[in-house]
Design a protein around this ligand. Structure first.
Ligand SMILES: [Zn+2]
Length: 118
């Protein structure tokens, strides 16, 4: 496949290392800015250090830290990939990533399973 340079295709770079393209492989974490928690997407390599930095920032600001819930992560990722997909509609990797997240959202339990006692 010939390499083409298409300026119309935006590349989503990891905001932490500014190197990795996270268009189809993003990891949601949080950033503390002016006392506000902001969702942010980083690359695979940056995820653990970014989460640790967030935890340390919370402790320094006396804000209770809690890990991001799985469904919350999946919802953030779904919105992220939808935006990426809208920006790059012909990128099969983004379409695959979105399909994977939607599949996981559909099977992840919303609440406790109904009780089947009897
Ligand atoms: Zn990174």
């Amino acid at each position: 496949m010939a390499a083409t340079y298409d300026r119309a295709v935006p590349i989503a770079r990891c905001p932490r290392c500014r190197a990795e393209d996270i268009s189809a492989d993003a990891h949601p974490t949080r950033l503390l800015q002016n006392g506000q928690t902001m969702p942010v997407f980083v690359c695979r390599n940056c995820f653990r250090p970014a989460e640790l930095e967030f935890q340390i920032a919370c402790e320094a600001n006396q804000i209770p830290y809690r890990p991001l819930a799985i469904r919350e992560s999946l919802r953030l990722l779904r919105d992220f990939y939808r935006d990426r997909g809208a920006a790059s509609p012909n990128d099969p990797q983004i379409a695959d990533a979105l399909a994977d997240i939607e599949r996981r959202l559909s099977i992840e339990p919303v609440k406790r399973a109904p009780k089947l006692d009897g």
